[in-house]
Design a protein around this ligand. Structure first.
Ligand SMILES: Nc1ncnc2c1ncn2[C@@H]1O[C@H](COP(=O)(O)OP(=O)(O)OP(=O)(O)O)[C@@H](O)[C@H]1O
Length: 395
């Protein structure tokens, strides 16, 4: 693992047992994330983005899921690495929240139904942002650190009497005020009005959009090395979306956080991602720097996705949608999954799985058009013809 690499996913396959057979939700996926960079994972619904994201935190339910192959290695500060799939659960749990945090599509899963919002966020702040809390309270970190932890625990459920038995009353009040202020500010940052009322509420008392914002505030407060954001803003209106993206960006600047951003929205990729990986039917079919993939896409699927984006001034009905739908993932045949939807498909495409091949530095695509006929063992006439795309430099 290079010094600058934070996470390396290698040959990851995740299968689900279903009554109809084995669903190959993620099929031999490899990618890496550098420290501080934003990698966007894009693709249509059902192509395996969320399962990939959950695998990083080892959150795929087993059964029905199963990690069929691969490793997910997180670089440690001492130069070693932890394979999230092989590490003991105790170690995986310690990494969740502390080094990798996740914003889920469904906020319900990330919040504890039994605690008020104020209490669960206080715990996160007490655990992960203690330095900032102490500074704001005007306290000496060396003396006040254990006290602050206890107070955060108390806010998160321990008994008041126990905390007061352990702490000095004045320090305790200053800290509690500081934690509450930090929590309120974090909630207000995500556009939540009336933060005091929200802090006193339980998750079930909040709307979906409100819960989503609480979860985002919680994930950002963890100050992780890696934030995995799975369509974090889909349920939110456009102004709030822009604010959330700004907050994520601010944290990245402050902390050097790496981000895996999962989205359908290619305009977000354009604005925020350094690199992009395009997934189709469980596999990565193209990856590269965002600018290269967006301006000179090489895979017919990526080209189709980009052609389907509505542009200002495009008359209705003139958008090029990709014909057909994502194929079955149950016991899939060993072939290019996109062949049935591809206008350049040739016999070679149904005979084998295309490998990811560099078409220029840092830009790879899995399409037989970039293979030579000899390497695939096909007659030239059975190979798909290469096409030239505007801006492409690959021959
Ligand atoms: N618990 C499960 N049991 C069976 N199949 C599952 C399970 N979870 C996911 N899958 C399958 O894995 C495939 C990938 O799903 P995934 O949620 O990763 O897609 P996605 O690209 O994130 O889509 P979306 O954008 O809609 O979330 C889908 O075909 C889905 O049906």
């Amino acid at each position: 693992m290079a010094d600058s690499t934070l996470l390396t996913v290698e040959d990851l396959s995740v299968h689900f047992s279903t009554s109809r057979g084995t669903a190959h939700a993620v099929d031999r996926v490899s990618f890496s994330i550098e420290k501080g960079e934003t990698l966007a994972l894009v693709g249509e619904t059902g192509c395996g983005k969320s399962v990939t994201a959950r695998s990083i935190l080892k959150l795929v339910p087993e059964p029905p899921g199963r990690y069929a192959s691969g490793s997910i290695r997180l670089a440690n500060p001492d130069g070693s690495s932890t394979d999230m799939l092989a590490a003991p659960m105790r170690e995986v749990r310690a990494i969740r929240g502390e080094r990798i945090s996740m914003i889920f599509q469904d906020p319900g899963k990330a919040l504890n139904p039994a605690l008020t919002i104020g209490r669960q966020l206080a715990e996160v702040f007490g655990e992960h942002r203690l330095g900032m809390i102490l500074e704001r309270a005007g306290l000496d970190p060396d003396k006040a650190r254990p006290t602050a932890r206890r107070i955060a625990q108390q806010r998160a459920g321990a008994t008041r009497r126990r905390v007061y038995s352990l702490t000095n009353r004045v320090t305790s009040r200053a800290l509690q005020r500081s934690i509450d202020e930090a929590v309120m500010a974090a909630l207000a940052d995500t556009g939540i009005p009336n933060t005091r009322k929200i802090m006193a509420s339980y998750p079930h008392e909040l709307s979906g959009g409100m819960k989503q914002r609480v979860m985002i505030a919680q994930a950002l407060a963890c100050d992780p090395d890696l934030l995995v954001a799975d369509e974090p803003t889909t349920a939110l209106d456009v102004t709030i979306q822009a604010r959330i993206l700004e907050l994520i960006h601010e944290m990245q600047q402050r902390r050097g956080t790496a981000i895996l951003y999962i989205t359908h929205d290619l305009s977000i990729v354009r604005q925020f991602a350094d690199r992009v990986a395009v997934m189709y039917a469980g596999r990565i079919v193209e990856s590269g720097r965002a600018i290269d993939v967006l301006t000179a896409p090489q895979h017919p699927y990526t080209q189709g996705l980009l052609a389907a984006i509505p542009r200002p001034g495009t008359p209705r009905g003139q958008l090029e949608a990709i014909p057909g739908s994502v194929p079955q993932l149950i016991d899939p045949p060993a072939q290019c999954h996109f062949a049935s939807r591809c206008k350049w498909a040739a016999p070679a495409c149904s005979a084998a799985v295309p490998r990811l091949l560099a078409v220029r530095p840092m830009h790879e695509t899995a399409c037989f058009r970039y293979e030579s006929a000899e390497s695939v063992g096909m007659p030239q006439e059975d190979m798909p013809a290469r096409i030239h795309h505007e801006g492409a430099t690959a021959e």
